[in-house]
Each structure stands twice: as structure tokens, then as C-alpha cells.
Design a protein around this ligand. Structure first.
Ligand code: SAM
Length: 224
């Protein structure tokens, strides 16, 4: 349960140095940059592994609630780092165990993130379980808080009902605007997201449909 989860009381209390040791300023003993890309419910980590070389200068964090899955991703990243010949190979990705529906503002400052991914989130089919979905109006306000203006929320799912749910909630939120299919077709993260994750690969093998929707974080409207 959440009681066993370790989370900082504020982003300033978070020690990132263990997660990204190659990005530490040796004098200040601090990271030289902040995490700007988050994969929420990262599962087995496939998305981060493909994003890593595509964004070598960005720090990427996966958040995953299941202990064993998080441990697996940690081991996977250690192995990738060890076996990689390039000096900084896979040093810019890591995973944290956490409940993203509760503690995001404990980890990230306001406007810290540039991209948030929701890849194949749990569908929670039953009506009474809809409130457990990772996209709800309340949670969208939290995502808007940690995302900077112009930042992007990426969503992909094979469940049409969940896709429609995410689109309706995001379109209904004053701080998000849907991006066009044209935009999607030119964005490298969209193509990575379609094929990189373990769920995405499974859907591909089963020749299932994948529904994508991306949203830009709008500025807070001025009150006149
Ligand atoms: N994104 C991965 C992919 O596409 O392969 C995994 C998809 S899997 C269907 C959904 C994942 O979200 C599971 O690994 C689950 O444990 C995780 N998850 C569910 N609720 C979560 C929460 N509140 N915080 C963090 N992770 C969560």
C-alpha cells in the first residue's frame, strides 16, 4: 500500500543523485539538470529505453507502482548501462516506485516537466472503477501543475473507451488543447511511443488498434 511508499516531502527533498550519477556536479554534489520527461506507469520500461538515445541531454524518469516491475526495470537499466560502450549510454533514464496518482507534486516542481507519457494505462473497465483511471479532471490539474507551458501530454491505448475518456477529460480541461494528427505524424515521440512499450508490442503482435492523443499545456488565462 501507499504507506510503504517512500516519497519526499517536497521536490527539494528528493535526492536524484543515485538515479543519475553521471549528471552530478562534483563540487555542488547536485544534479546538473532536472528530470523533464516522465513516463507514468512505465511498466517494463521499453519507452524510456527507446527515448534515452533520442534525448541524450534530457533526464527521463519512469514511475511505476508495482514493486517487482520497478525492480525489474532497475536491473534492466543497470545491465544496459554496464553493457553499453558509449560513456553516457542509458545514464539519462531511471525508474522510481511510486503512486503517480498521489505524489507527483512531491517529486516535481511546478512547470518542471516538458513531456508526460501515459502509455497503455490500466483501463479499469467497470463504471465504478472509472475514478481509478490515471486521467481524471482532478489529476489533470496536477499534471498541468508539473508540466510547463507548451509541454506535452502523450496518451496511447488500445481501448477505445479509455481513449474517448482521456480525450473528453483532456479537451474539457482549460489548460490543455489537443494537437492535430499532422503534429502527431511529425513528432518523434509519437512514433517511439507506438512501438517501444511492452504493451504496444503486444498490441502490435495481436494486430490490435492503437489510439493516440496528444495535448499541449496552455498558459493560465489572464483574469481581466
Ligand atoms: N506503459 C507500459 C506499457 O505501455 O507497456 C505499461 C502499461 S500497464 C497496462 C500499466 C502500468 O501502470 C502497470 O505497470 C501498473 O502497475 C502501472 N500503474 C498503475 N497505476 C499506477 C499509479 N497510480 N502510479 C504508477 N504506476 C501505475
Amino acid at each position: 500500500s501507499d504507506h510503504q511508499l517512500d516519497y519526499p516531502i517536497s521536490p527539494d527533498h528528493m535526492d536524484w543523485s543515485k538515479l543519475y550519477p553521471h549528471f552530478i556536479d562534483s563540487e555542488k554534489k547536485e544534479l546538473t539538470k532536472e528530470v523533464t520527461i516522465a513516463d507514468i506507469g512505465c511498466g517494463y520500461g521499453g519507452l524510456m529505453i527507446d527515448l534515452s538515445p533520442a534525448f541524450p541531454d534530457k533526464l527521463i524518469l519512469g514511475m511505476e507502482i508495482r514493486v517487482q516491475v520497478t525492480n525489474y526495470v532497475e536491473d534492466r537499466i543497470i545491465a544496459l548501462r554496464t553493457n553499453h560502450t558509449k560513456e553516457n549510454g542509458y545514464q539519462n533514464i531511471n525508474v522510481l516506485r511510486g503512486n503517480a496518482m498521489k505524489f507527483l507534486p512531491n517529486f516535481f516542481h511546478k512547470a518542471q516537466l516538458e513531456k508526460i507519457f501515459f502509455c497503455f494505462p490500466d483501463p479499469h473497465f467497470k463504471q465504478r472503477k472509472h475514478k481509478a483511471r490515471i486521467v481524471t479532471s482532478t489529476l489533470l490539474s496536477e499534471y498541468a501543475y508539473v508540466l510547463k507551458e507548451g509541454g506535452i501530454i502523450y496518451t496511447i491505448t488500445d481501448v477505445l473507451d479509455l481513449h474517448n475518456w482521456m480525450v473528453t477529460h483532456l479537451e474539457g480541461h482549460p489548460l490543455f488543447e489537443r494537437l492535430s494528427e499532422d503534429w502527431e505524424s511529425q513528432d518523434k515521440c509519437v512514433s517511439i511511443m507506438r512501438y517501444a512499450t511492452e504493451e504496444g508490442k503486444k498490441v502490435e503482435r495481436n494486430k490490435g488498434d492503437k489510439y493516440v492523443a496528444c495535448f499541449v499545456r496552455l498558459p493560465i488565462p489572464e483574469i481581466i
